[in-house]
Design a protein around this ligand. Structure first.
Ligand code: PLP
Length: 383
C-alpha cells in the first residue's frame, strides 16, 4: 500500500501545485497578454510554502516575484536567478548588503532612500534597479502622490540608480470601488508627471492586487499585476467579486478525530464553561487547536467536516485540541478519522472565506496562521 506523509500526521494541509498552475493560467487569460505577472509569495507564500509554490510558479510562467523582505528574497533566489525579485517592504539599512548580494529590487519611498541606495550602489560600482512607490491613499509606504517632484529630481541625478518600475497599492479594493478609482486616477496623474523626466516605456507600471483585478483598466499604461491571494484560489470577500476569474482552492486543511465520547445533558464543555450541552451529546475531540491555526473565535460558532457532514464546534478552542458535536452523525466517528477544516469531504465543503468569517478574520491572516506544526503535503501531478 502507498504510504502518504499525512498518514502519520495529526494535522496537515494539502497543497495542490497543479491547481496553483491552473490558477496562474486563468488569471493570465483574464488579462491582456502583455501584462506581466508578478507573483506575490511573501510570508512563506501565504503559508503555502515558498520553495514549492515559487518553483511551480517559475515553471509555469510567472514573470517576476514580490516578497516582504530581503530574507524571504534570499530563500527565493536559491531557486533561480532568472526572475527579478521586488522587495515590497521598506528595506532596513541592516538588509542593504544582502539586497545587493542577492540582486534584488528595492521599493523606494523617500529622498533618504534614494540617496542611501545611490551611495551603496556607487560603492559597489553598480547600477541598482529600483521601483518607486506612490502613496495614492494607502497611507503606508510610498511617496505621497502630491509630493513626488523632489524625489524625481533626486532619482534623475542618482547615476547609480535606474528607475525600473513605478507602483501604488490600493487600500480598499474589495470594499470601496469609488476610493479605488480615486487612487487609480491619482496614480495615473502622477505617472504623467513622472513622464516629464523619465521614459516610462521601459518601466514596469503596476497597481493591481487580487481584489482590484476586477476593475483592471485595460486601456491604462499598467503593464503588470501583483497577485497574491487569488492565485491560491481564495477570494477577498465577498466571493462574488471574482465571478470572472474562478480560481480553485490550492490548500485544504485537515486534522483527525482523536477521541469520541458521550456525556450527559447539562454539562459544560472546554475551558471557561462557555458552553453547556442541552442534550446528551456525543463529542469528538480533534487533533488541532489554536497552536495549529484554528482561530480562537471558532469557539461556539464554527463547523468542521466529518464524514462529509458539518459538525458544530463546542466550547473554547484550546491550544492543541478542538471539540465538536457529532451526536447527529449517522455513524459515530472513530479515532483516526479525518476532520476537515478547509476543503471538501464527500458532498461537504468549507471555503477559506467561510473559515475566516468564523474566525472573525480575513483569508490572508488565516492562511498565514496555519502554523509550522502543521505538516505540508504537496500534490504535484497534473490533471
Ligand atoms: C501583499 C501585497 C500584494 C498582494 O495582495 P493580494 O491581495 O494577496 O493579491 C500586492 N501588493 C502589495 C504591495 C502587497 O503588499
Amino acid at each position: 500500500m502507498v504510504k502518504h506523509q499525512q498518514d502519520h500526521a495529526r494535522c496537515w494541509v494539502e497543497i495542490d501545485l497543479a491547481a496553483l498552475e491552473r490558477n496562474l493560467h486563468k488569471i493570465r487569460a483574464a488579462l491582456p497578454s502583455h501584462i506581466r505577472y508578478v507573483a506575490v509569495v511573501k510570508a512563506d507564500a501565504y503559508g503555502h510554502g515558498l520553495a514549492q509554490t515559487a518553483t511551480r510558479l517559475m515553471q509555469c510562467g510567472a514573470d517576476m516575484f514580490a516578497v516582504a523582505n530581503v530574507s524571504e528574497a534570499a530563500t527565493l533566489r536559491e531557486m533561480g536567478s532568472g526572475w527579478p525579485i521586488l522587495v515590497l517592504s521598506s528595506v532596513l539599512p541592516q538588509e542593504d548588503d544582502d539586497l545587493f548580494a542577492v540582486n534584488l529590487i528595492p521599493t523606494l519611498s523617500t529622498l533618504a532612500e534614494v540617496e542611501r541606495f545611490n551611495l551603496k550602489a556607487k560603492d559597489r560600482r553598480k547600477v541598482l534597479e529600483v521601483h518607486l512607490k506612490i502613496d495614492t491613499g494607502m497611507g503606508r509606504l510610498g511617496v505621497w502622490h502630491e509630493d513626488v517632484q523632489p524625489i524625481l529630481n533626486a532619482l534623475q541625478s542618482a547615476n547609480h540608480l535606474k528607475l525600473d518600475g513605478v507602483f501604488t497599492h490600493f487600500s480598499c479594493a474589495p470594499t470601496d470601488p469609488d476610493f479605488t478609482e480615486l487612487q487609480r486616477k491619482r496614480f495615473l496623474d502622477t505617472l504623467k508627471i513622472i513622464e516629464n523626466q523619465f521614459d516610462l516605456s521601459e518601466c514596469l507600471i503596476h497597481a493591481d492586487n487580487s481584489a482590484s483585478l476586477k476593475s483592471f483598466n485595460r486601456s491604462s499604461p499598467f503593464n503588470a499585476v501583483r497577485v497574491g491571494l487569488l492565485q491560491f484560489g481564495a477570494a477577498p470577500y465577498p466571493d462574488s467579486l471574482f465571478a470572472e476569474v474562478k480560481t480553485e482552492p490550492v490548500l485544504s486543511f485537515h486534522g483527525r478525530v482523536s477521541l469520541v465520547k458521550t456525556i450527559p445533558a447539562g454539562n459544560p464543555i472546554s475551558y471557561g464553561r462557555l458552553t453547556t450541552i442541552a442534550r446528551s451529546t456525543t463529542l469528538a475531540v480533534l487533533s488541532a487547536g489554536y497552536a495549529d491555526g484554528i482561530p480562537m473565535p471558532f469557539t461556539n460558532r464554527a463547523e468542521v467536516l466529518i464524514q462529509g457532514n458539518r459538525c458544530p464546534v463546542l466550547g473554547r478552542v484550546t491550544m492543541d485540541q478542538l471539540i465538536v458535536d457529532v451526536t447527529d452523525l449517522e455513524k459515530s466517528p472513530e479515532s483516526g478519522d479525518i476532520a476537515t477544516f478547509i476543503g471538501t469531504q464527500d458532498e461537504g465543503q468549507i471555503s477559506i472565506s467561510e473559515f475566516s468569517r468564523w474566525g472573525k478574520s480575513i483569508p490572508w491572516e488565516c492562511f498565514c496562521s496555519i502554523s509550522k506544526r502543521v505538516t505540508r503535503v504537496y500534490k504535484t501531478f497534473r490533471e
